[in-house]
Design a protein around this ligand. Structure first.
Ligand code: SAM
Ligand code: SAM
Ligand code: SF4
Length: 546
């Protein structure tokens, strides 16, 4: 299996889809690496852990194991800076946070409204059934999740190196049209027949107009089956999401909100460079819960410089008095190129204490457990079945398409005759990305075919992030010949992890215990090389098929 990077599969818009080299648009590996590091908690390449494990294992969405033993592996290549410049443009609708009058409710047409109404009814049914399960009849390569990246923010937060830009104005109509075009192209390329979840992330997608969200959903519903009970999440920053705007997003088809609350301490919020206060955040949370009951998630950060365990736990307990059924805890990752990084480097602020962060994480998850939350993933907690379907797809190594600047995707380009899953990254800079979409129908900057071993490494590293772990059936979908017992059953090192109560290997499959989940990175230091070793041995003495 070739492990190299493919050229972007570009053809002029309207032409046939086929893999074609595109001179001058390849080899932007530095940027790809930068964006790869910009998703918090994404599994970072760990040379000690794995020779072939790819740094671009995109989106683990959360921080694994802030415990000392795990950190060495987790942060082994964490030195990236994402360019965070300005885009030129003379858009008449600047990003003020509020939609222009009359604009918020302007939907592209009846279909979108009908879809949104049906979605509301179906969402109740879906909730009763519980999330995190795939009920679609389509085979795995005909369904996918869809991620949409909105690349703009009002202000740069001091800690953030995601792919975001602070614009003077946004040409939203042009951006919307490009997002729609790219969704149509990638849906065609992938041959996906059913989109099971949509996630509007960023940047700050709550700055987009609800009309843009509706237009994208409409395009997806036209190109493929978008079930009425499909989870549609929008990330919302408190200052850009007053109730009227949230309600317009609901009318556009959004049925889940993820609020970037980050902290309930105004001094910390200032340190983080947030534009909102704790009061603003709680008000947005209350409005969100009124509009999307049972479907609101909050992000809370931990491990900030000067932060102490006691006060942070009090914040968490205060949050529990207000929050809905989903909470994400993210340990601060100090990213090169951010203001916070410089402040720490220059001694203006103390470096975050990893021991304290570990304590916050451990105590925090215990508190959440007592409040009835299931820790269904390293950083994610849900009660009443409110697991995120979209993120679950990432952890289960399902297919996902990524549209918008810097979005990541993983799918088999079946529509172009492809048979191998590819990791794809879209061009980072919005203005360049738009030009490419206008020219070629999409702005894919990098395509990396995933070899079988790489895919299995992902299945292992992502699956173990969840409390369910990797069931035998799940593993078999990716590797029918080599069982989990074959790989891990005869290892003394694994035996030790089992005896220590960190890992479980039984009739259900392989998974971390509650204690193991907190040190997942260090467990992977044992498990990944083992998988590689067994894989290589098998390659040397292949089992005859039949
Ligand atoms: C990239 S933001 C996008 C959503 C939205 N703009 C916001 O700020 O809430 C998504 C989440 O990533 C987390 N995040 C961003 N940078 C981080 C960092 N350096 N360390 C840990 N978490 C981070 C924050 O908790 C944030 O809510
Ligand atoms: C940090 S997570 C927060 C999720 C939230 N806690 C929830 O439960 O829905 C979301 C962020 O991850 C990044 N992200 C998610 N999926 C992505 C993808 N396919 N490509 C690029 N970035 C992605 C985006 O920056 C997005 O704002
Ligand atoms: S608002 Fe969100 S995406 Fe924008 S800079 Fe802040 S954390 Fe990053």
């Amino acid at each position: 299996m070739g492990q190299g990077t493919l050229p972007p599969d570009r053809v002029p818009k309207g032409g046939q889809l086929a893999a074609q080299p595109s001179p001058g648009l390849q080899g932007n590996q530095g940027q790809a690496a930068a964006v790869s590091a910009s998703v918090p908690g994404r599994w970072r390449r760990s040379p000690e852990a794995s020779g072939s494990f790819r740094a671009s294992l995109d989106v683990a969405l959360g921080h694994a194991a802030p415990l000392p033993s795990a950190r060495a592996a987790h942060r082994s290549d964490c030195a990236h800076a994402v360019p965070c410049g300005r885009v030129s443009g003379s858009d008449p609708a600047p990003l003020t946070g509020r939609p222009a009058a009359g604009r918020a409710m302007a939907l592209p047409g009846f279909r979108a409204r009908a879809w949104a109404a049906a979605a509301k009814v179906a969402q109740r049914r879906r909730r009763a059934e519980g999330a995190g399960r795939s009920r679609s009849p389509e085979p795995g390569n005909q369904r996918a999740a869809l991620y949409v990246h909105w690349p703009y923010c009002e202000k740069r937060c001091s800690y953030c190196n995601f792919n975001k830009y602070i614009p003077r104005g946004v040409e939203e109509a042009a951006l919307r049209s490009c997002l729609v075009t790219e969704a149509q192209t990638l849906l065609r390329l992938s041959g996906v027949r059913r989109v099971e979840s949509v996630f509007f992330g960023g940047g700050t997608p709550s700055l987009a107009s609800p009309h843009t969200v509706a237009a994208i959903l409409e395009a997806v519903a036209q190109a493929t089956h978008l079930p009425a009970d499909c989870e549609v999440t929008l990330e919302a920053n408190p200052t850009s999401a007053p109730g009227s705007r949230l309600s317009a997003f609901g009318a556009a088809g959004v049925n889940r909100l993820s609020i970037g609350l980050q902290s309930l301490d105004d001094t910390e919020l200032q340190l983080l460079g947030r534009t909102h206060s704790a009061r603003d955040a709680l008000q947005t949370l209350a409005e969100a819960r009124r509009l999307f009951p049972g479907r609101v998630s909050v992000d809370l950060m931990l491990g900030l410089p000067t932060q102490q365990v006691g006060p942070w736990l009090r914040q968490l307990k205060e949050l529990l008095r207000h929050c809905d059924d989903h909470v994400s805890l993210y340990q601060l990752s100090l990213e090169r190129g951010t203001t916070l990084f410089t402040q720490v480097q220059q001694g203006v602020l103390p470096a975050p204490d990893p021991e304290l962060a570990a304590e916050m994480y451990q105590e925090g998850r215990a508190v959440l457990g007592q409040a009835g939350f299931r820790q269904y993933e390293v950083s994610n907690f849900a009660r009443n079945g409110a697991l995120s379907t979209h993120n679950w797809t990432y952890w289960q190594c399902g297919q996902y398409l990524g549209i918008g600047p810097g979005a990541h995707g993983r799918f088999v380009p079946q529509g172009a005759g492809g048979q191998v899953r590819e990791a794809r990254i879209q061009t980072l800079e919005p203005d360049i990305w738009m030009k490419e979409v206008m020219l070629y129908g999409h702005g894919t900057r990098k395509r990396t075919p995933l070899g079988k071993l790489e895919l299995l490494e992902e299945v292992l590293a992502m699956g173990l992030r969840t409390d369910v772990g990797i069931t035998h059936q799940h593993w078999q979908q990716f590797e029918p010949q080599l069982t989990l017992w074959d790989v891990f059953g005869a290892s003394k090192e694994v035996d030790t992890l089992l005896e220590q109560g960190l890992l479980r290997l039984d009739h259900r499959g392989l998974r971390c215990s509650w204690e193991g989940l907190a040190v997942l990175d260090s467990l992977l230091l044992t498990l990944l090389p083992l998988l590689q070793e067994v894989w290589q041995q098998r390659a040397l003495s292949p089992v005859p098929e039949g």
